[in-house]
Design a binder for this molecule. Structure first.
Ligand SMILES: [Zn+2]
Ligand SMILES: [Zn+2]
Ligand SMILES: [Zn+2]
Length: 172
């Protein structure tokens, strides 16, 4: 996700804040994300437990896919074994998507249809991945390329992924 938010327990409430519902569950992820995640889990006979919600919070606040060690570093107190288990369930339920890279670390992010379509910058030196917002101009030219490719191959495209592979600012 592009927007990064502080995970403060309580934001200064102005006059217009109204009564926020359900702060006790952590208001760091917005209600619509929570509801969509919960309904995906329900359709896989799973529940949005506190541990799963915390994982979604961490992933939603990040601007790039995270490795499990990074997740554990960002949210102290999460047990590694439950993070593994919950990631499997969140992945099976279509809430979390694994991002495959060539280094030894699997990286995880929220599914694009929950957060928005975007591309990735991949550093071939350190393996770091960054989200890159999709621009209308780029999407238009990708769509045109897809039309050409489908015409010659008979392939029917459902979606695309675009990784730019190179050297990140820290490594160059
Ligand atoms: Zn790098
Ligand atoms: Zn991403
Ligand atoms: Zn795209």
């Amino acid at each position: 996700m592009v927007a990064r938010r502080e995970l403060s327990p309580r934001e200064p409430a102005g006059e217009s804040a109204g009564e926020a519902m359900g702060e006790a569950m952590g208001e760091a992820i917005d209600d619509s994300l929570r509801q969509r995640a919960a309904s995906r889990l329900r359709s896989h006979r799973q529940r949005l437990t506190a541990g799963r919600e915390q994982l979604i919070e961490v992933l939603a606040a990040a601007d790039r896919p995270l490795t499990i060690p990074e997740i554990l570093q960002m949210r102290k107190g999460l047990a590694q074994s439950s993070v593994y288990r919950n990631l499997v369930i969140l992945e099976e339920s279509g809430v979390v998507h694994p991002v495959i890279t060539r280094d030894e670390f699997a990286r995880y992010e929220l599914a694009e249809d929950l957060t928005g379509h975007h591309h990735h910058l991949v550093c071939a030196t350190c393996g770091r991945l960054e989200d890159l917002p999709a621009t209308p101009a780029l999407e238009k030219s990708v769509a045109a390329s897809i039309v050409l490719a489908e015409r010659t191959s008979g392939f029917r495209t459902e979606h695309h992924r675009l990784d730019l592979v190179g050297v990140c600012a820290d490594c160059s």
